[in-house]
Design a protein around this ligand. Structure first.
Ligand code: GLU
Length: 311
C-alpha cells in the first residue's frame, strides 16, 4: 500500500514540476555542463530502512558539483572536530553568489563564511589536507562511496577537464585565502581535490542514500554502523537549512523548509529528519544556480506531506 502511495506521490510531483524546467537555463560557465538534458527531472526517496522509490528521469547521470560539499563537511567534522571546522570556516550566510570573493576581503580577513560556498569548501579541503596529507582525495572518495553506497563512483573526465580549464575564479579564491594565511596547504593540490569532488558522476539514488544517512543521524539501515555522529549530522542539517541553496537559502527555507544542498549540475540532496533522504536532478537552473524544476518538485512534496521543518 505504502509503495503505491509514495510512487503515485512522486509521479505526480514530477509531472507537475517538469514544466518549470522551461523557465531556467543550463549552467554555462563550465562548458561541459551545457551538454545536459535541460528538460530532465528525476527524484528518488529512500526511507530509514533503506527502501527506495524513484520517478521521472531517475536514471539521469549528472555531476555532483557542490552537493559533494556536504560529504566534505561531514568528513571534516569527523576528522577535525566541530570546533576546528567552525573556527576556521564559519557558519553564516553570505547573500552573495557561490563563487564570490568579496566578503573574504571586506568582512572576514580571508576567512570564508560557510563551508558550502566555493571559498569555504576550498578552505575545508585545505584544512583536511593539512590534517590528512596527500591521501586526502582517495580518503574523501572512499567516504563518499560509503555514504552513497555506490562503490563504483567515478569522475566524469570531460567535466574534470572543463573544471580545470575554467577554474580561475576558484584559483583566485584559493590563492587569496592562502595569502591571508587562512591555510598553509599547497593551492594546486587543494584545487585538484576540489575539482575532482565536483566532477563525480552520480544518480539521484546516490544522493538520496546519503541524505537518508543524515536523516538517521549517521546510522546505516542495513549494518547499523554509524558513519558520522549525531552532532555532525546536526551541523550538516543546520548549514543545509541556512546556506544550502546558495543566495536563495532564506527563500527556500520559507517555501520548502527541508534541509538541502544544491549543485550546478542540477542535483539537490534533501533531508527529512528522522524520515527520508531525497535526491533530485533537474539540470535547468534558476538565476542563483539551483535546479528550477527540482526546487518546485521539493516545494510540492513539502507542502503536500508537511515535510517543512517549520510547518
Ligand atoms: N564546480 C563548480 C564550481 O566550483 C561547483 C559550483 C556549484 O555546484 O555550486 O564553481
Amino acid at each position: 500500500m505504502m509503495e503505491i502511495v509514495v510512487q503515485a506521490l512522486l509521479d505526480k510531483a514530477v509531472a507537475d514540476a517538469r514544466p518549470y524546467a522551461e523557465k531556467g537555463r543550463l549552467a554555462t560557465y563550465i562548458p561541459e555542463l551545457t551538454k545536459a538534458n535541460r528538460r530532465a527531472l528525476g527524484v528518488c526517496v529512500v526511507d530509514l530502512d533503506g527502501n527506495h522509490w524513484r520517478a521521472g528521469d531517475f536514471d539521469t547521470t549528472f555531476t555532483i558539483q557542490s552537493v559533494s560539499k556536504v560529504a566534505t563537511l561531514l568528513y571534516a567534522l569527523e576528522t577535525c572536530g566541530i570546533q576546528q571546522v567552525l573556527s576556521r570556516i564559519g557558519a553564516e550566510q553570505t547573500a552573495d553568489a557561490f563563487n564570490s570573493i568579496i566578503k573574504l576581503e571586506t568582512r572576514n580577513s580571508g576567512k570564508p563564511l560557510n563551508p558550502f560556498i566555493n571559498a569555504g569548501a576550498i578552505a575545508l579541503i585545505a584544512m583536511l589536507m593539512e590534517a590528512v596529507g596527500e591521501d586526502l582525495l582517495s580518503a574523501l572518495l572512499d567516504y563518499l562511496k560509503t555514504l552513497t553506497g555506490n562503490r563504483t563512483l567515478s569522475v566524469d573526465a570531460d567535466v574534470l577537464r572543463s573544471e580545470r580549464a575554467t577554474g580561475d575564479i576558484n584559483r583566485a579564491l584559493a590563492y587569496y585565502q592562502k595569502g591571508m594565511h587562512t591555510f598553509t596547504a599547497d593551492v594546486t593540490a587543494v584545487l585538484d581535490v576540489y575539482f575532482h569532488m565536483c566532477s563525480l558522476e552520480v544518480q539521484v539514488i546516490d544522493l538520496a542514500r546519503m541524505a537518508a544517512l543524515i536523516a538517521s543521524n549517521g546510522r546505516h539501515p542495513a549494518t547499523g554502523e554509524h558513519h558520522f555522529s549525531a552532532e555532525s549530522a546536526r551541523c550538516a542539517k543546520v548549514l543545509m537549512t541556512t546556506c544550502g541553496l546558495y543566495d536563495s537559502s532564506g527563500w527556500f527555507a520559507l517555501e520548502v523548509g527541508i534541509p538541502s544542498k544544491s549543485g550546478v549540475g542540477g542535483g539537490i540532496l534533501s533531508v527529512v529528519p528522522g524520515q527520508f533522504g531525497i535526491g533530485v536532478v533537474g539540470p535547468s537552473l534558476d538565476d542563483k544556480g539551483n535546479s528550477i524544476a527540482g526546487v518546485e518538485l521539493l516545494r510540492r512534496l513539502s507542502r503536500t506531506q508537511g515535510w517543512s521543518l517549520f510547518a
